[in-house]
Design a protein around this ligand. Structure first.
Ligand code: ATP
Ligand code: MG
Length: 591
């Protein structure tokens, strides 16, 4: 409860315990075993800050903070507490608070978005579970994007950028170091996984302008921004990195403030152990640094966790306002841890801190705050005030009503896809493709021209060959014709010659026949003469006849030989004629 200019959180028989608004930026811790009252304490503190005009952000892990939009209700326990605290006299009343509901998935609150570049490579690497090498590469990819004025807004920007770096890894390696494409491929896979886990929704524009959270309502009360984390917490790394991003956004957005009368904003980080579980050293150092520096910007961060040991010493040491609910210490280890927690308080001689830690009831706590002088107060055992607003969850109808009536809902209820790395690189790739296509076209044209030229050459060659062939054919035909003519002429000549020969033969034969005829006629005439002579002789004597015959025979032979031919004929004819005559006559005589 905001009372007397202070954040009144608890009371015991002797005194009231307050957080001093001037010291509220010295951060704080709410710790305690489950069910001991941490969430209610957070609620009481948040309400008080709101009443003090300080805007508040809180992460609602279980939905049990949502009731702040409705006034609380009285019950027996409440009446008892109110009496104990004297709340009626202090002006306590049940009331609702100005709240906005947010959800990174846009289901149970106004869509909470950021951009990839605002999230930054370190947080993003953690969300995606990248190893050291991959984280380094992601860092470099962000640097290359910066150097080339390529905006990384959504996951498709990041994927395109990674592809661009992978495609040009050789060129980039000289300036930025080696980036194996296999590692880049692994990062792209992680981005795809992130998209399926909602990354495609919460890395988009319009991104949250965190200044919208630094608001008060008409009556001057600080707005309470409630992030619904039921779904988000199923992925602890995304949850914790988102909250860390918000803190760094606040850090970057707000100017230095020095010591203010009250914080500009108070930030409650529930389930804070998730932030530190297995976080790499570089991230832990970063958190420690941000927690330290953000104080001077007027922002107080309150970590809520079961055991203070969940928080690294470097951060724990900076938490000035501590509310420690009961702890259980059944095992030696737990007892040791509890002793360490007890040792973290400035002791109060009125009681033993260690013992008290184990005895605290629900809604009871050991509290130590930074006094107005900046020195931690002695630990006090107190009962925590009850909240003024409704404890627990709200129904979906009320939630939707609240979301839709929020001024900020209208502002963030749409998405834009401004020109960023994706569009620029897509244009770059299509330009590359266009150039390649043009080159391809030019090459194809050149090939076509070459082909055409070769074809023309081939056609000309074909024509030339055809002409040659035709010429040759003509020549052969002419030769053949000539040959044919020559043969025909030869044949004609031969025919003529044969005809001439035949004619000559015919003539010769005719001449021979004529000669033969003449000869025969001569012979016949001769024979006739001879017969005539013979008849004459027959009448002469035989001896006379005989010699006469010889002579006659010779005469006949001569005439015969003349007809046979030449001297030989004549001789033959003579002898033959003689013998013939002799024989003939002899025969004639023998007859
Ligand atoms: N200050 C208080 N005033 C009235 N009731 C309280 C107070 N603190 C705790 N309670 C009661 O105790 C219950 C459990 O408290 P709370 O939910 O805050 O515990 P928690 O420590 O946040 O538990 P968890 O670790 O499970 O989140 C509350 O629902 C409420 O009924
Ligand atoms: Mg709780």
């Amino acid at each position: 409860m905001y009372y007397d200019g202070k954040i009144w959180i608890g009371k015991n028989e002797e005194k009231d315990v307050y957080i001093y608004p001037r010291m509220a930026n010295r951060h704080g811790l709410i710790a305690g075993a489950t069910g001991t009252g941490k969430t209610v304490t957070l609620k009481v503190m948040a309400e008080s800050f709101s009443d003090a005009g300080v805007p508040v952000f809180l992460a609602d892990a279980k939905g049990d903070l949502a009731g702040m939009c409705r006034p609380g209700q009285s019950n027996e326990d409440m009446i008892e507490r109110m009496e104990y605290f004297g709340l009626a006299q202090a002006g306590f009343d049940f009331k609702s608070y100005p709240v906005n509901y947010w959800d990174v998935y846009g289901e149970r609150g106004i869509q909470l978005r950021t951009t990839v570049s605002e999230m930054g490579p370190l947080l993003l690497a953690r969300i995606m579970g990248l190893n050291d090498v991959q984280t380094d590469i992601l860092n470099v990819v962000f640097k290359i994007a910066d150097d080339n004025q390529l905006l990384l807004i959504d996951t498709k920007d990041l994927k395109k950028m990674l592809q661009f770096v992978s495609d040009n890894s050789k060129e980039f390696s000289a300036e930025y170091g080696n980036m194996p494409p296999t590692s880049i491929a692994a990062i792209i896979r992680a981005v795809v996984a992130l998209e399926t886990n909602g990354g495609d929704k919460f890395f988009l524009e319009p991104a949250l302008n965190i200044k919208d959270w630094l608001a008060t309502d008409n009556s001057g009360r600080g707005f309470i921004q409630i992030l619904d984390c039921e779904k988000l917490m199923q992925n602890p790394k995304t949850y914790s990195m988102f909250l860390l991003w918000m803190i760094s956004e606040l850090y970057e957005t707000l100017p230095e403030a020095g010591d203010l009368e009250k914080p500009r904003m108070v930030f409650f980080f529930d389930e804070a152990h998730m932030l530190f579980d297995n976080a790499p050293r570089v991230l832990l150092e970063k958190i420690e640094q941000v927690v330290k520096l953000i104080r001077s910007k007027g922002v107080g961060i309150y970590f809520i966790t079961q055991n203070p040991r969940d928080i690294p010493d470097g951060v724990l040491a900076q938490l000035g306002n501590k509310v420690q609910h009961a702890l259980h210490a059944y095992t030696p280890n737990e007892q040791k841890a509890m002793r360490a927690v007890a040792g973290g308080f400035r002791e109060n001689p009125a009681f033993d801190t260690y013992t008290a830690l184990g005895e605290l009831g629900t809604g009871e706590a050991l509290v130590s705050v930074l006094g107005e002088d900046g020195v931690p107060t002695m630990v006090e055992r107190v009962r925590i005030l009850p909240p003024a607003s409704k404890m627990g969850a709200i129904d979906d109808g009320t939630r939707m009503e609240m979301i839709n009536s929020s001024m900020l809902f209208a502002k963030y209820d749409y998405t834009v896809d401004n020109e960023s790395a994706f569009e620029r690189l897509t244009a770059y790739y299509s330009e590359l493709e266009e150039t390649a296509a043009k080159e391809r076209e030019a090459m194809e044209r050149q090939h076509a021209e070459e082909r055409e030229k070769a074809e023309a050459e081939r056609a000309a060659e074909k024509e030339r060959l055809a002409a040659e062939k035709a010429e040759e054919k003509e020549r052969i035909a002419a030769e053949k014709a000539e040959e044919r003519e020559r043969i025909a002429a030869e044949k004609a000549a031969e025919k003529e010659r044969i005809a001439a020969e035949r004619q000559a033969e015919k003539e010769r034969i005719a001449a021979e026949k004529a000669a033969e005829k003449e000869r025969l006629a001569e012979e016949r005439a001769e024979a006739k003469k001879a017969e005539q002579r013979s008849r004459a002789i027959k009448s002469a004597t035989k001896s006379v006849a005989s010699s006469a015959v010889g002579t006659i025979g010779r005469e006949v032979g001569n005439s015969l030989g003349k007809s046979v031919g030449g001297t030989f004929g004549k001789r033959l004819g003579g002898n033959l004629g003689a013998s013939l005559g002799r024989g003939l006559i002899g025969t004639l005589f023998k007859l």
